[in-house]
Design a binder for this molecule. Structure first.
Ligand code: NAI
Length: 216
């Protein structure tokens, strides 16, 4: 049954991975059902927030029973598309590109890392995690041959736009962008930007606020 409604806010979508992670932990611990109150408490959210979020998708809980943990986890995985197989490549095999290539969580999130590309010939052939670094000139053919639908940009900022254009011209419709720049891409291309420094600045702000509250 298709439960997803069309206009779910990004705020809700951004909480779903957290729900999924917590429910997966509960499944591992053998917990079979949970009330919205306990669920919210475990995540530091209130029960009505959790109920409201899950209602966006048609609601999963039963009155007086709570949620079936495994069913809810699987439903959220479906909503997030975690069971889909997205094939990804990384462009830019420097510090960050190599660290991401070594990340073991791709598969559990619905992605498979198929390749890693760089223009530096000295890096070509080196194995990182499960893939070898390939020459950037081979990228376009690889994208077509391996059915790649996601590009991960880890090049320097100056090369990011050109890289995005090469990816898009090869048919890629989704980009995970780590370069600190706004990519200019056609409307039908999804760009998810990830910037650690934005998160760090929020952390700095929260530390400062805590100090103000504590009168430090
Ligand atoms: P790095 O200099 O170690 O690696 C960059 C790699 O890209 C090099 O191996 C270089 O040969 C390659 N490269 C350059 N132009 C290319 C092109 N046109 N095609 C293919 N490969 C190309 O840099 P690092 O530290 O790995 O950072 C990479 C990018 O990620 C930078 O834009 C940096 O600002 C960004 N970054 C973003 C973070 C975030 O939180 N979003 C965190 C850390 C870095």
């Amino acid at each position: 049954m298709e439960k997803q409604k069309v206009n779910v806010s990004m705020a809700v979508i951004r909480r779903l991975p957290k729900y999924h992670r917590y429910l997966s932990e509960l499944v591992e611990k053998g917990v079979t059902r949970i009330s919205s109150k306990e669920f919210g408490r475990g995540l530091g959210l209130n029960a009505s927030q959790v109920r409201q979020d899950l209602n966006c998708f048609g609601g999963f809980g039963q009155q007086g029973y709570g949620y079936n943990v495994k069913e809810l986890r699987d439903e959220i995985a479906d909503i997030l598309g975690i069971h889909r197989e997205n094939n990804a490549i990384i462009v830019g095999a420097g510090n960050l590109g190599q660290a991401i290539a070594n990340y073991s969580g791709f598969r559990g999130s619905g992605f498979e890392l198929k390749g890693l590309f760089d223009l530096n010939p000295r890096l070509v052939g080196i194995r990182i995690g499960t893939v070898n670094i390939m020459d950037i000139d081979e990228m376009e053919d690889f994208i077509k041959k391996e059915n790649i639908n996601v590009g991960i940009i880890c090049t320097p900022k100056e090369a990011a736009q050109e890289t995005a254009e090469r990816l898009v011209n090869s048919g890629i419709k989704a980009i995970w962008n780590f370069a600190p720049t706004i990519l200019n891409v056609p409307d039908d291309v999804i760009v998810e930007n990830v910037h650690l420094n934005e998160s760090l600045r929020v952390l700095a702000y929260l530390i400062k606020e805590r100090e103000v509250q504590n009168g430090i």
